[in-house]
Structure formats: structure tokens, C-alpha cells
Design a protein around this ligand. Structure first.
Ligand code: S0N
Length: 273
């Protein structure tokens, strides 16, 4: 195992947020509770992912949990109340849904570095990451129908796209736990490695992706999402296409012509068949 100097990006209370060589690492830091998330954790995750989007030097994000027992065990049952997970002001929240959307919409690859249990809402968090690399001790599963919750959004439909309808129903209806190897065979884990090689493997995958064209990866991610996300997915892909269009002289000509109060001359640009 290589020892890396992860440098803090910003201090939070329930997560760690660090960087190394263009890679951000976000660690849910509540090992005492198997890294269950509270509304504060999800707020901090949201803020960290927003920063990852803004920081140009960050090219890939790793999401993980502290310790060697859990990636994330879902919503913290201690604060589960009527209407959601109760924050410090007494407001019920289901804000992990916003984090799921942020991970899907982040125009950079996100790797779930699954170092133990990925259970309940923690399982959905790994699902929505672009890639999952798991240690041999990782265990996967949904518990909702056993503990009085469910995620019928990405947690159901995206899971079914990944493992098939029958298997997705089995995972949710029976609430069983699956080994890392089983999860890999089902298609929801890219690679399983010994625990002490997990971070090295994730960093190696991140560094390999960083040798690829960032815009190509961004467009592929948007395209893969668009197929599943309907108009919201198309909006993201279309937004990326617009960004690229704005780099063209043809697009600049339209704006320039308007400001110069003349007719735009689009004929001078190549019309590629
Ligand atoms: C993870 C498990 C399997 C680990 O078992 P293990 O190793 O035997 O440890 P334990 O002794 O059970 O746990 C150690 C300590 O950690 C506490 N703890 C564990 N998980 C949680 C948790 N989720 N919340 C609070 N505390 C937790 C234990 O209580 C124990 O503490 P002590 O030492 O004091 O006894 C095992 O722990 C387990 O099965 N955990 C529960 C997993 C689970 O059911 N999670 C699902 C929670 N629900 C969701 O995630 C639903 C998500 C949701 O609500 C949602 C749905 C749709 C849209 C939005 C949302 C949203 O969340 O916003």
C-alpha cells in the first residue's frame, strides 16, 4: 500500500475532504455508526461535490467511508423521524437525493471506493457513482423493506438497469447481503481487490482516466446518463453541446453581429456533411 500525502481542501465536521494529484477524496467520517449519514453529512457532501465541480484542478473524485468496516450504512436511524431525517433545526430532510443527483451530474468521473458495508442509502450512493471498486470485505445490500424505508428512484430503476429486473427485485424484496464478488458478478462492481490495495487501485484508475480527454469523458458520462434520465439527461448532454458550440467562431459570429448591429455571416464557416 502506497502512503500518499492527501492535502485537506476544506474542513468539515462529518466528512473529510482532501486532494492528491488532481484527485479529490471525500470520506464519510462517522465510523462509530458505520458511516451512516445525517442531514449534516449530506449537506457537507453536497458542498464538497459542488467544490469538486468548480475546482479545475480536480479531475476525478473518490467517495469512500472512514475505517475498515463500512463505506456507508445509509441514513442515520437515530435521526429518522416523520417526513425524513431530522436536522439540527428540527426539519425533516431526504437530502441524500440531492447528493445522488450531484454525483450523476458532476462532469467528472466519480469512483465509489467501497471499503466495507454499502447498505441501504449507502448502497444507492455507490450505485450512482460512475465506477465502483470494492475491497474483498465489502458487503452490499438494501434494507429498506426491513427497516421502514425505500428508495424507488435511482436505488430501484438504476439498480435494475445494472443488474436486471429480477435481481433488482430480489435485492429489494428479500433484503439479503451480497459479497463483493457476487456484486462484481452482478455487474455493479468494476473490480474487487484486497483491502490494503483498495486506495492504490482507485488512484491508479483515476490516474488512468486523467490521461484521457476530460471533455470526451464528460460527454460520454452525459450520454450514458441521458439514455436513462429522460429530459433531464438530455438537458445535461445538450448543455455540454452548447458549451462546445460556444467555442466555435460560428457561435461567436452570431453574438458579434448582434452587438455590431449587422446581419450575421454564417456562410464563411464550414458546413461539414
Ligand atoms: C451496516 C451493518 C450491516 C453493520 O453491521 P455490524 O458490523 O454488525 O455493526 P453494528 O453493530 O450493527 O453497528 C455498529 C454501530 O453502528 C450503528 N449503526 C449502523 N448503521 C446505522 C445506521 N444506518 N444508523 C444509525 N446507526 C447505525 C449501530 O447501531 C451500532 O451502534 P451501537 O454500537 O451503539 O449499537 C448494520 O449496522 C446495519 O444493518 N445497519 C443498518 C443499515 C440500514 O438499515 N440502513 C438503511 C437506513 N435507511 C436508509 O438508508 C434509507 C434511505 C432513505 O431513507 C431515503 C430513501 C429515499 C430517498 C431519500 C432517502 C434519504 O435517506 O434521504
Amino acid at each position: 500500500m502506497t502512503t500518499r500525502q492527501w492535502k485537506p481542501i476544506r474542513a468539515f465536521e462529518e466528512i473529510l475532504f482532501e486532494e492528491y494529484n488532481g484527485i479529490a477524496k471525500i470520506t464519510i467520517n462517522r465510523p462509530r455508526y458505520r458511516n451512516a449519514f445525517t442531514p449534516k453529512t449530506t449537506l457537507e457532501l453536497s458542498q464538497a461535490f459542488a467544490i469538486c465541480r468548480e475546482l479545475q484542478r480536480i479531475r476525478v473524485v473518490l467517495l469512500t467511508g472512514a475505517g475498515d468496516k463500512a463505506f456507508c450504512s445509509g441514513g442515520d436511524m437515530h435521526v429518522k423521524g416523520r417526513g425524513g431525517y431530522i436536522d439540527e433545526e428540527g426539519v425533516p430532510r431526504l437530502s441524500v437525493l440531492d447528493v445522488q443527483m450531484q454525483i450523476r451530474r458532476l462532469p467528472k468521473p466519480v469512483i465509489a471506493m467501497v471499503n466495507g458495508y454499502a447498505i441501504g442509502g449507502g448502497h444507492v450512493l455507490h450505485l450512482v457513482c460512475d465506477l465502483t471498486i470494492a475491497s474483498e470485505n465489502a458487503i452490499f445490500g438494501q434494507t429498506g423493506p426491513k427497516v421502514g424505508s425505500f428508495d424507488a428512484g435511482f436505488g430501484a430503476s438504476y439498480l435494475a438497469r445494472m443488474v436486471g429486473q429480477k435481481k433488482a427485485r430480489e435485492i429489494w424484496f428479500l433484503c439479503r447481503q451480497y459479497s463483493a464478488q457476487e456484486a462484481e458478478r452482478m455487474g455493479m462492481v468494476n473490480k474487487v481487490v484486497p483491502f490494503d490495495q483498495l486506495e492504490d487501485e482507485c488512484v491508479a484508475w483515476a490516474e488512468e482516466m486523467m490521461e484521457r480527454s476530460p471533455i470526451a469523458l464528460r460527454m460520454i458520462k452525459a450520454g450514458l446518463n441521458a439514455e436513462l434520465d429522460g429530459q433531464a439527461g438530455i438537458q445535461q448532454l445538450a448543455g455540454d453541446a452548447t458549451m462546445l458550440y460556444y467555442f466555435l467562431d460560428e457561435a461567436q459570429e452570431g453574438g458579434k453581429a448582434f452587438l455590431e448591429k449587422r446581419k450575421p455571416d454564417f456562410d464563411k464557416y464550414p458546413q461539414i456533411p
